[in-house]
Design a protein around this ligand. Structure first.
Ligand code: SAH
Ligand code: SF4
Ligand code: F3S
Length: 486
């Protein structure tokens, strides 16, 4: 799962499916929707913006559902909102800086409407807890990722003039039965959270502290959500978790264990026209069983986001990733053997503590070996409280981190372009998503490998499958023409 990216190539390829950089970078504004069975209105309006990874965007849909059920209604204009919520990210320092800057901008809300409330949700709420109230005077509510059911009560407390905080982390909460209010009105693709938290403790990462222990959601509630989406016309679901390969749900009645491969299969069986994607795969946990399941079902997309972080085994050990270079290469070979046309993308961190020039070169050589279709690339940002912050010195000068990152990005740009050029002349099955940003006359959608393809609209419509022949490309996207309607 990624936060909005510091630097990234191939923007549009990642798209909504994989954390939708478009959504991540952008403010998500909720359109006023009335989900079925919503409770009687209480006359109060809320506004929400989401930052960070897909998980956060998905959580905002749960928050919206909880607030709807308690009588609140959405507004896309924060000036008219009674409650303004920011669902925040802590993954890198920059992510938090961005929220603080946004809070300053939101000062106008209280100037306009004195009793409007401002709430911080998500990872920054969890990391900073009530310190956030002292640091940011504007904030009235602090609510961590496992406390969203309590949000209506917290709003009530804040209305009575108290500062309201709930950052309790749960070992059980999965919001399994909450039917998310879909905030992205596309009606074509949707996210489904299949698990929460993370037990991995990668030394650089704040997520285990902000999201708590890993827990898997009831498999039947996941499949029911996918079925419901399909019945409402959606054609693609992305199963979300920090480490989907460690998904494990035990049916309390039969004691049967459902692993990720089983869940993928169950979701793929909802309907052959429902595409299934997932993110994120952890190199240490991705099994051949998952790969064989992907190969077995045409509707499970041939695309794996497999964050490498570093190509050097010593750095990987310091990062506590629990795999080494050889293990990672073995997994890439397994993917190539079992799913020959599978696209692979990754995350890379440049300039982790004590990384030498030679070790950085090994990251570049790993990239040369895999030739990733797309990558999210960052330089290391120390996060307070993490293992790395406590144990290692953040000793790589900023200029060196930036230079290494630049080398990584330049190489990735070459690889992305080469991947796209190799697709010219090929024909792909594309799920039409939406109008292209650049022209009203064009539509865009993704192929199986998650590449965004732009093509003239002709008679196609969103949520339809078409065959598109590719005629041109940039490093970010493919261009083509519809050759067949499916
Ligand atoms: N669960 C996913 C990653 C979640 S965070 C996984 O294990 O792959 C998304 C990405 O942010 C990470 O893959 C990593 O590349 C980056 N990241 C996390 N912490 C970071 C830090 N402290 N500095 C720089 N990048 C970081
Ligand atoms: Fe962070 Fe590692 Fe968990 Fe990913 S697997 S969320 S990088 S601790
Ligand atoms: Fe996601 Fe950022 Fe939290 S990446 S899990 S929102 S720290």
């Amino acid at each position: 799962m990624q936060e909005h990216l510091d630097i990234q190539t191939n923007q549009s390829q990642h798209g909504n499916a994989l954390l939708g950089e478009a959504r991540q970078g952008e403010v998500l504004e909720l359109q006023g929707q009335s989900p079925e069975g919503a409770s009687v209105e209480n006359g109060k309006k809320f506004y929400i913006e989401s930052y960070g990874c897909q998980m956060n965007f998905s959580d905002s849909e749960i928050v919206a559902s909880i607030l709807y059920d308690n009588g609140f209604r959405l507004t896309k204009d924060y000036m008219e909102a009674d409650v303004v919520l920011l669902n925040t990210c802590s993954i890198r320092e920059k992510a938090e800086d961005r929220i603080r800057k946004r809070l300053k901008e939101l000062n106008v809300i209280k100037e306009n409407k004195q009793d409007a409330l401002i709430g911080i949700l998500g990872c920054m709420a969890e990391r900073l807890k009530d310190k956030l109230l002292q640091q940011e005077k504007l904030v009235d509510i602090v609510c961590g990722p496992d406390a969203y059911r309590d949000l209506p009560k917290l709003v009530g407390e804040a209305e009575s003039g108290q500062k309201a905080v709930n950052v309790f982390l749960s070992k059980e909460e999965t919001y399994a039965e909450i039917n998310p209010v879909r905030l992205d009105n596309s009606g074509v693709t949707a996210f489904i959270s299949i698990m929460r938290g993370c037990d991995n403790m990668c030394s650089f990462c704040v997520v285990p502290f902000t999201r708590g222990r890993e827990r898997s959601r009831n498999a039947y509630s996941i499949v029911a959500e996918a079925q419901d989406l399909f019945d409402r016309g959606y054609k693609e679901v992305t199963l979300l978790g920090q480490n989907v390969d460690s998904y494990k749900w035990t049916n309390p009645e039969t004691e049967e264990v459902c692993n990720f491969a089983n869940l993928l299969e169950m979701t793929a069986q909802v309907h052959p026209d429902l595409r299934v994607r997932f993110s994120t795969s952890h190199p240490k946990d991705i099994t051949d069983e998952v790969l064989y399941t992907m190969a077995k079902y045409e509707n499970i997309c041939n695309y794996i986001h497999l964050p490498v972080q570093s190509g050097n085994s010593r750095v990987l050990k310091l990062m506590n990733r629990t795999y080494d270079r050889e293990w990672y290469i073995d997994r890439v070979e397994a993917i190539r053997r079992i799913i020959p046309d599978c696209a692979i993308s990754t995350d890379v961190i440049a300039g982790f503590c004590s990384e030498t020039e030679e070790e950085h070169q090994e990251t570049l050589s790993m990239m040369e070996y895999v030739k990733y279709q797309m990558a999210y690339m960052f330089f290391y940002s120390e996060r307070p409280g993490t293992l790395a912050a406590r144990k290692y010195e953040d000793d790589i000068p900023l200029e060196t981190k930036k230079r290494r990152l630049r080398e990584i990005i330049d190489l990735q740009m070459q690889h992305s372009l080469a991947h796209n050029k190799a697709d010219i002349g090929k024909t792909f099955k594309v799920l039409v998503e939406k109008e292209s940003k650049r022209s009203k006359d064009d539509l865009c959608g993704r192929n199986d490998q998650n590449k965004m393809i732009i093509f003239p609209r002709e008679n196609a419509q969103a949520a339809q499958y078409v065959m598109v022949k590719v005629s041109d490309c940039t490093s970010a996207s493919l261009k083509g023409e519809i050759v067949e309607y499916l």
